[in-house]
Design a protein around this ligand. Structure first.
Ligand code: AMP
Ligand code: TRP
Length: 331
């Protein structure tokens, strides 16, 4: 009974590869906290992953299971949340068609992500332009109250709100108008090599990005060669982006406040502090890494989680699509 009254969260991360510390601290670790208070749909937007071709189908399939294993290893709970592949639920693409017919093309061409992803590309598929509409369908299909995303996806959630309002006005009250939920803690983890730039998996300088499933030796090496600032003292300061980033990472993995970390480590030299951070990250990741390895060896279990999630999501989607089609005059 109580389950029904919980507010609904819908979110997901594209199956593009392995999480890095930015994805983990900036997104998934927070989803883990939210899952107790909300009814959560943590799906895997695999249809979004083919919007910038080329891609290898067998790789995508593998990465979809890997993404689920990463969700689970990071502590998302398949008992209380619904996890499934976007492509496995009928309704996402259908709803996106209906919503697309209400979307002015100009608004799509103005999307920042469309502009940046289509730049310098010989081939720009219509899917890339349509991407935000599919995302709106993902969200509205489950009547989400809240959509936890990074700053970069906020514009897409705003389009989703516009489309919910437009549909409601055109046909009659149907969708909840969802709120973006921009996560505050560790909203941005910066590159260890260029601490004014976001940590990113597509960074050409691989030394700046710490992936969750790297060996302790590699993690140690990356932190040791982290770019720091001139001067001394371990504390946060806009003039010290390198040390600030390390303090924030350390505070996040050890669940302490920035002040507590500054108080304890202020007099440490940079080299020693880098080792302290590396050790803390390695320790924090150990159980996650072990769990991931265990899960990846058990495809049957992963499939069972997806099947259970799909079954539930499909029921919700069917209910919503029946309503949408009825209101839109489809027989
Ligand atoms: P992406 O890897 O860009 O698809 O992002 C997946 C999720 O991780 C999104 O919610 C992003 O906002 C978040 N994210 C990606 N990079 C960072 C970063 N460097 N710091 C904090 N959050 C990030
Ligand atoms: N576009 C999101 C990203 O790249 C992923 C995504 C697709 C999503 N559909 C969504 C996130 C619906 C939240 C809700 O990060």
């Amino acid at each position: 009974m109580e389950e029904k009254q919980k507010k609904i969260i819908v979110t997901g991360a594209q199956p593009t590869g392995m999480f890095h510390l930015g994805n983990y601290l900036g997104a998934v670790k927070n989803w883990r906290t939210l899952q107790h208070d909300y009814e959560c749909f943590f799906f895997i937007p695999n249809l979004h992953s083919i919007t910038v071709p080329p891609y290898v189908p067998a790789e995508l399939r593998k990465r979809t299971y890997s993404m689920l294993a990463q969700y689970l290893a990071c502590g998302l709970d398949p008992e209380s949340s619904h996890m499934f592949a976007q492509s496995s639920v009928v309704g996402h693409t259908e709803l996106s068609w209906i919503l697309g017919c209400l979307t002015p093309v100009g608004q799509l061409f103005r999307m920042t992500q469309f502009k940046s992803k289509s730049e310098n590309n010989d081939f720009v598929g219509s899917g890339l332009l349509y991407y935000p509409i599919l995302m709106a369908a993902d969200i509205l299909l489950y009547n989400a109250d809240c959509v936890p995303v990074g700053e970069d996806q906020k514009q897409h959630v705003e389009l989703t709100r516009d489309l919910a309002i437009k549909f409601n006005q055109t046909y009659s009250e149907t969708f909840k108008v969802p709120e973006p939920y921009i996560l505050k803690t560790c909203a941005r983890v910066y590159s260890l090599q260029n601490p004014t730039k976001k940590m990113s998996k597509s960074d050409a300088n691989k030394k700046g990005t710490v992936f969750l499933f790297e060996s302790p030796e590699d993690i140690q090496k990356k932190f040791r060669s982290a770019v720091t600032d001139s001067g001394s003292g371990i504390y946060c300061d806009p003039e010290k982006p390198g040390i600030t980033n390390l303090v924030e990472i350390f505070a996040a993995v050890t669940e302490q406040s920035i002040e507590a970390v500054e108080n304890q480590y202020r007099s440490y030299d940079y080299g020693t502090f880098k080792n302290v951070v590396a050790e803390a990250v390695i320790e924090h990741l150990k159980p996650i890494q072990a769990k991931y390895a265990e899960l990846m060896a058990d495809q049957t279990y992963l499939q069972s989680v997806l099947d259970k999630g799909r079954e539930f999501a499909q029921k919700c989607a069917n209910r919503m699509m029946a309503k949408v089609y009825r209101k839109a005059g489809m027989i």
